[in-house]
Design a protein. Structure first.
Length: 81
């Protein structure tokens, strides 16, 4: 995956698929992390958009689990800032 867009105004980073194991299952795969300021804190969200190569491809739960871990790390970092 590669960083495809950094948006400092909306506090977001998007990643796109260019090569690797995911290309064997998905024709496109984009993950976007976005932090929304909320008074004294913020909300961190993850959205994933993908197109499977065929109907037999199951969603990758491990990728979603890693995304959740990244959200927790981002949240902890922002809480310290």
């Amino acid at each position: 995956m590669i960083v495809s867009l950094v948006d400092p105004i909306n506090h977001s980073v998007s990643y796109g698929l260019i090569e690797g194991d995911l290309k064997n299952e998905f024709s496109s795969f984009t993950a976007k992390f976005e932090a929304t300021p909320l008074g004294e804190g913020c909300k961190v969200g993850l959205s994933v958009v993908y197109v499977k190569l065929n109907e037999d491809v199951a969603p990758s739960q491990s990728l979603f689990d890693e995304g959740i871990q990244l959200i927790k790390l981002i949240g902890a970092y922002l809480a310290q800032a």
